[in-house]
Write a protein that binds this ligand. Sequence first.
Ligand SMILES: [Zn+2]
Length: 321
Amino acid sequence: MAPRSASIHIDIDSPETLLRFWGFHGIGVDLDRFYELAMSRALSLLRQCGVQATFFCVGAELERSSVAAAMIQQASREGHEIANHTYSHPFALSTLSADDVRAEVAACSAVIRRLTGTSPVGFRAPGYQVTARVLQVLEDLGMEYDSSAFWSVLHPAMRLYRRFLSGRPAAGEFGEASSGLPRDIYYPEREDWTREGEPRPLVEVPLPRTRLFGLPFYSNFHLATGGLYRALSVALMSQPHLVYLVHLVEFTDLSDGLPTQLGVHPNARTETAVKLHALRSTILSIMTRYRIVTSAQAVRDFKAGSRGSVPHAVAVVNANG
Ligand SMILES: [Zn+2]
């Protein structure tokens, strides 16, 4: 039986994009400074742990910040996977026409290809908003996987929290996933992508949730709930493939010169050193039971059937932005 594998995903959305998610528009951020600080800390942590991660990038942000572009080139040279998170991060991706979705995905892939020399094979939708149509576009463009299937019991609560805090219309909503989502990598059915279907070129890599109450399993939630819950939930995870989702903003805090409005984002006020310590300990404890690989590798293993007959077991998931 092949060992269980896990992938670390880092969404590198800028603070500007996160602020749009929380309903704040037009707030400028020094992107070069943000990417310099956050990416150097992220790459250093991954080096310390000896693992390779998958970075999901917004094409327009790589074009606007030469530092972001250089950091992604460095990440690629260090063996990390660079994946597609659209060109302009439209939160309402699912409402766009197929042509507009295609343009968003293709433009981001072009930026990544120009910077790294390699076309990305993985995709995540802004706000986890995918539909069968979006997945079809990804498949037509030759992408190998999507990783937007995401549900936890906290989704409805987060929606309310966001509305109350910002007091203004939010930029988008979460996707249409529900509590019945598969927990392992799966072939999405063509009509209803939230169900497992026949083999096809594109696979879905769902984000995890805990078996117990469907609680979230991702970095930002773990930072808010503390070390005990974090250790317990890592110990209880037993699915064949586990994704651990991190946002690049978690490698910074407000003392790094980020806009004060970002204080609405969970854990933005927590000191970076505290967050780095928690993240490192989580990655190391995942590594005691899972082999860490990029998602591109996990997907190829899945398609090749080389993971052995790992029984479907426990699991978990989740996030924001
Ligand atoms: Zn995002």
